[in-house]
Write a protein that binds this ligand. Structure first.
Ligand code: GS8
Length: 217
């Protein structure tokens, strides 16, 4: 029986999980959850994700939430059918994957998500007004994070080393939107970051999952 992802292709956290499923060639069903009618706060969805957020994941009796945890489960479940994105076989390499996944969740996500929320989610989806101060602060914060990435990527092709890992893929959901926005120069002005992004964006899984998803341009 195919696993189920409850979410939406416009949800960045859902995209993280879909990318992993596609990379591993897994069979899955995306069960759409309608953000605009508040379906993510409905009792059936709250039973899957008690925080009322997307995504949630179902594999038989196993219900999971939190996109990075779901993604790790997917990468382990289908490990024989796709690339080795967690490097579980090597203590050192898997530790480096963990380091850069934490950086993605604790540094990168915090800066880039505010830019996306303020410039797209608020004005485009909810008719609100962008808080330019928050955007400026977040752009500055993201620039500093990307300076660290530029230095790291001048030494290795990918974040955790000279191998693609989930740490890299986990950056795709927000980056795809900001790279298509007036803030793309944050990436384009840093040559190693730019090459890294181009390598991620050339992956068939990326093209498949993000096809048709509106960006901010
Ligand atoms: C974040 C999920 C999340 O913010 C994860 O799964 O990685 N740490 C969690 N989901 C958003 C949609 S964007 O992907 C969501 O459901 N927001 C609605 C809400 O918070 O009410």
């Amino acid at each position: 029986m195919a696993v189920k992802v409850y979410g939406a292709a416009t949800s960045t956290a859902t995209v993280r999980v879909l990318l992993c499923l596609e990379e591993m060639g897994a069979e899955y069903e995306l069960v759409p959850i309608d953000f605009f009618t508040g379906e993510h706060k409905s009792p059936p969805h709250l039973a899957r994700n008690p925080f009322g957020q997307m995504p949630a994941f179902e594999d038989g009796d196993l219900i999971l939430f939190e996109s990075r945890a779901i993604s790790r489960y997917v990468l382990r479940k289908y490990k024989s059918s796709g690339p080795d994105l967690l490097r579980d076989g090597s203590l050192e390499e898997s530790a480096m994957v963990d380091v850069w996944l934490e950086v993605e969740a604790q540094q990168y996500d915090k800066a880039i998500s505010s830019i996306y929320i303020e410039t797209v989610i608020k004005p485009v989806f909810f008719g609100g007004v962008t808080d330019e101060k928050v955007v400026a602060e977040s752009v500055e914060k993201l620039g500093k994070v990307l300076d660290v990435y530029e230095a790291r990527l001048s030494k290795s092709k990918y974040l955790a080393g000279d191998f693609l890992s989930f740490a890299d893929l986990s950056h795709i959901p927000y980056t795809q939107h900001i790279i298509a926005s007036p803030h793309a120069s944050l990436f384009e002005s840093r040559l190693h970051v730019k090459a890294w992004w181009e390598s991620l964006a050339s992956r068939p899984a990326y093209k498949k999952v993000t096809a048709g998803v509106p960006t901010s341009k």
